[in-house]
Design a protein around this ligand. Structure first.
Ligand SMILES: Cc1cc2nc3c(=O)[nH]c(=O)nc-3n(C[C@H](O)[C@H](O)[C@H](O)COP(=O)(O)O)c2cc1C
Length: 185
């Protein structure tokens, strides 16, 4: 059976570059793997009362179930104020509870950060790494994937143009698959 890799893009924006990068990754899934875009748009803000009082919203259950069924995760994160956008951090928090039932545990991960600017969301990339250490996700170290000037990468239809960056991203996915195969339990 195919291994399923969840692709989480940390933006709700319709024309989000992170979502477009995520969509590009779908074409790079090798044989034996299925890459699946995970929708974060319906997840409410985490409130511990849900779990403490058995009032978990359907959208939370749906997300947790979907994530429980993936074998690995690629996070495509933009950067908000030098950190992880709230929508992605919220998804991580929602998936990490109730205590002891985290959907993230032991799943090999990679972080692809991107920005229209020069710094490629370095701050978000590394803040995200901090959470993934605690969540016990072996996270690919090399290559580091920092995508600068992401706004220049797509054509009018939202497809990634051929070129060095696309080649680099394809290679990074290949490295992630090697990483996955070494670290998956
Ligand atoms: C609240 C906010 C904060 C932002 N902070 C940063 C930042 O710290 N670093 C950065 O490179 N871009 C920053 N940006 C610009 C984003 O990189 C840009 O809006 C990007 O397109 C967002 O990702 P998306 O295209 O996936 O929605 C910020 C944008 C917003 C709305």
């Amino acid at each position: 059976m195919s291994k399923v890799i969840g692709i989480l893009a940390g933006s709700l924006r319709k024309e989000s570059f992170s979502k477009k990068v995520g969509k590009t990754l779908l074409d790079f899934a090798p044989e034996g793997f299925k890459f699946k875009l995970i929708d974060l748009s319906e997840i409410p803000l985490y409130n511990q009362d849900f779990d403490d009082h058995n009032e978990v919203p359907d959208a939370v259950t749906k997300f947790r179930t979907e994530m429980a069924n993936v074998d690995g995760v690629i996070f495509v994160t933009p950067e908000y104020n030098r950190s992880v956008p709230a929508v992605l951090k919220n998804a991580i928090d929602v998936g990490s509870r109730p205590y002891g039932k985290s959907v993230w545990d032991k799943k090999p991960a990679a972080i692809f950060s991107n920005s229209p600017g020069n710094l490629s969301a370095f701050g978000a990339n590394h803040h995200l790494r901090q959470s993934l250490v605690f969540l016990n996700m072996p996270t690919m170290q090399q290559p580091e994937v920092y995508i600068a000037h992401v706004n220049d990468l797509f054509d009018e239809e939202g497809n990634m143009k051929e070129g060095g960056t696309k080649d680099f991203i394809k290679k990074a996915v290949e490295s992630y698959i090697v990483w996955f195969n070494k670290n998956a339990e």
